[in-house]
Write a protein that binds this ligand. Structure first.
Ligand SMILES: Nc1ncnc2c1ncn2[C@@H]1O[C@H](COP(=O)(O)OP(=O)(O)OP(=O)(O)O)[C@@H](O)[C@H]1O
Length: 289
């Protein structure tokens, strides 16, 4: 379990990247959503022990982050961007990460590395130099390093952007299995990744936590704000494009879904929101209120 209490963070001379964030993350997977610059990476770096909060308090399984030696082995972190020494092989890199995490038993490290290489489907490439890897292969090695030592808590920042669809499904399933007994925080822009994986969701915006809850709660944020209308091409072009979520052609007309605080067109009817629509409506309400 991760307990985050009143965490704020400001960078030198900068505005607040996080402002009084409090949330408890239990077992299972929590999706962290937020637009660009919302503070997701800042929060994840704090949880991974790579940045200190300006104020506030974080504990992992009751141990404060201010005791890094006790925490290091308990947390796995997959950053959005990471550097792997190009001259190392994938296997050497994983071994290096294991040593850094304090896994001193060589045999145990080797076993863990073999297990993880199989999990991310990199057994065949493990002894090739990292500089010969594609972006997706580097990402798979990144996933493997985050799981070295079977940490209690896994923090994953934008994980699937470089993966092809087959590897994305594989990774998603692996995360789901992993999260059955552990705490996973998954940051993503892709609402579908959260829909298929997460039990709980948290939404950050401009450093503040806008909501926490389950997927239904997020979906419910769109209640009363999602509209559908069948419009002629002329009516469609006259619409404010910022209201339109999706549109498709049908028999010469446009079926259009919109998010709006007010009825956006005389022919528009209110419809049940989807998860993404709930998320967008929440951000828009925040902007307009
Ligand atoms: N090292 C830094 N120095 C100064 N400001 C920073 C630094 N890192 C982040 N920020 C600022 O803090 C805020 C939050 O950034 P952060 O990277 O945490 O957002 P994010 O939600 O991860 O964004 P994205 O989805 O674009 O990755 C932004 O305004 C950003 O400009």
């Amino acid at each position: 379990m991760i307990t985050i209490e009143h965490v704020s963070k400001t960078y030198k001379k900068g505005a607040w990247a996080l402002l009084d964030v409090s949330v408890t993350l239990g077992k299972g997977m929590t999706g962290l959503l937020g637009p660009n610059g919302a503070g997701k990476t800042t929060l994840m770096r704090i949880l991974a022990g790579l940045a200190a909060p300006t104020s506030g308090h974080v504990t992992v399984a009751g141990i404060p982050l201010t005791r890094p030696d006790e925490i290091r082995q308990m947390i796995g972190y997959l950053p959005q961007y990471f550097h792997i020494y190009p001259q190392m092989t994938g296997r050497e890199y994983l071994d290096y990460v294991g040593v850094m995490k304090g896994m001193s038993d060589l045999k145990a490290r080797r076993l863990d590395i073999a297990r993880l290489l199989e999990m991310v489907n990199m057994q065949d490439k493990a002894d090739k130099k990292v500089r010969t890897y594609s972006g997706g292969m580097k990402q798979r090695i990144g996933i493997a390093q985050s799981l070295m030592g079977s940490p209690e808590v896994l923090i994953v920042d934008e994980p699937t952007s470089g993966l092809d669809p087959r590897e994305r499904v594989r990774f998603r399933n692996m995360l789901t299995r992993f999260s059955l007994k552990r705490t996973v925080l998954l940051s993503t822009h892709i609402v579908a990744d959260i829909e298929s994986n997460c039990r709980q969701v948290a939404v950050l915006n401009q450093g503040s936590l806008l909501m926490t809850g389950d997927l239904q709660d997020l979906q419910g944020c769109g209640q009363g704000y999602v509209w559908e209308a069948m419009l002629s091409a002329e009516q469609y072009h006259a619409l404010d494009p910022s209201l339109v979520m999706s549109s498709r052609q049908q028999e010469g007309m446009m079926i259009c879904r919109m998010i709006s605080m007010h009825k956006p067109h005389p022919d528009a009817l209110q419809v049940e929101p989807g998860l993404e629509e709930g998320y967008i409506a929440l951000l828009r309400r925040e902007r307009d209120e």
